[in-house]
Each structure stands twice: as structure tokens, then as C-alpha cells.
Write a protein that binds this ligand. Structure first.
Ligand SMILES: [Ca+2]
Length: 196
């Protein structure tokens, strides 16, 4: 049955060939390595009076999966802010239409919803402030369309357009005048193509 054998070989080889195309447009959501950051890198930052760290905990995610854990101490009487940022690494954001985040929060009552931001390689930031509600009891997944993102007053974009092929970092974080210690557990950040 040589034809059947050839057909089988073809059906096996085709997906491999498809994966080998380096500049494929995304067809399914691209996870940035789930909680581990994959080949991207997690970085934590914040105001000097808002000390913030981030590390990957191999079992802090849903059902014992990895999560990036942002841990912070916000000072009384100050305007506090921080960011947990992951690099896209080899995940190509070109053509994506949304960012999907799976997260859980452990922070004092009254703390605000989280900010979500994408950054271009130009340095321009686009964000949706105060959009991800606290989720203290379970991991929550939110999908945020890129057309909701806008340039904040403290950033600028020379061409005034969010260029998806230039997105190389995604960040979420908090800003508040409130004080206290808390954690944000991030189980996944995904680049979402049309239809998902
Ligand atoms: Ca731009």
C-alpha cells in the first residue's frame, strides 16, 4: 500500500513543516511560558518606597502549576506603584488582537484593580489602567482587547499607533495611595490572535 504509506508520511510531516516557519502569523494563543515566563524573562519593578520582588514559584499556580509571584510592600503616606513584566521572548505578537492574563491576588481590602500594559520595542507603553479586578479566592482569566489600550500621560509613541509586531513586553501592576503587603500570582500571560 505505497500510497497509503505516502499519505501517512505526508500527514505526519506537514505539521512539522508548518512549525518550522519562523515568521508564521499566530493562529492560536501564544503563552509566554505560563507562570515561568518561558524563554522570556520576568522582572519586577516599583517605586523606591514600594519594594517589589518577583520570582517563579513552581507550584503556586492552579493545581500545582508554576506561577510568577509578585511580592510587594507599599508604604503609608506615599503614592505606591509596581510592575510585573514579562518579555515576549520568541513569541511573536504580530497580528495578535488581545492579551489574556490568568492571575490571583493576595492583598489588603480596598486595594484597586490592576493595570495592564504592553510595550513596544520603541519603548512606548500602552495600558488599560485599573482594569483587572482583585481576585482573592481563585485564579481568574481576563482577555483584554488591544483596542482598549491607550498611551498614558507618562509615555509617548512617535507614530501614535500600537504596532503589534513591535510588542516585546507585557506588564501588570498596581498603583495606589494605600499601604500594606501583598502578592499577585500570575499563572499565564498569552498573546491572543483573532477568533480566540
Ligand atoms: Ca507605535
Amino acid at each position: 500500500m505505497p500510497n497509503l504509506k505516502a499519505a501517512l508520511l505526508l500527514s505526519l510531516a506537514w505539521p512539522l513543516a508548518a512549525c518550522a516557519q519562523p515568521e508564521e502569523q499566530p493562529v492560536v494563543p501564544r503563552s509566554l511560558g505560563a507562570g515561568t515566563g518561558g524563554d522570556g524573562v520576568w522582572a519586577g519593578s516599583g517605586a523606591a518606597h514600594s519594594p517589589t520582588t518577583i520570582k517563579v514559584d513552581e507550584t503556586a499556580g492552579p493545581e500545582g502549576t508554576p506561577a510568577a509571584v509578585l511580592e510587594f510592600t507599599f508604604s503609608p503616606g506615599k503614592y505606591n506603584y509596581n510592575w510585573a513584566e514579562v518579555a515576549c521572548g520568541s513569541a511573536n505578537a504580530a497580528g495578535c488582537v488581545a492579551v489574556r492574563v490568568t492571575y490571583k491576588t493576595e492583598m489588603p481590602d480596598g486595594f484597586p484593580a490592576l493595570n495592564l500594559m504592553v510595550r513596544e520595542s520603541t519603548g512606548a507603553g500602552y495600558w488599560v489602567p485599573g482594569f483587572l479586578p482583585p481576585s482573592p479566592t481563585r485564579f481568574r482569566t481576563e482577555t483584554v482587547a488591544l483596542d482598549r489600550f491607550a498611551v498614558p500621560s507618562w509615555s509617548k509613541d512617535e507614530n501614535g499607533e500600537l504596532d503589534t509586531e513591535q510588542i516585546n513586553r507585557i506588564a501588570l501592576g498596581l498603583e495606589t495611595g494605600r499601604s500594606g503587603k501583598g502578592r499577585v500570582l500570575i499563572a499565564d500571560v498569552e498573546l491572543v490572535p483573532p477568533g480566540w
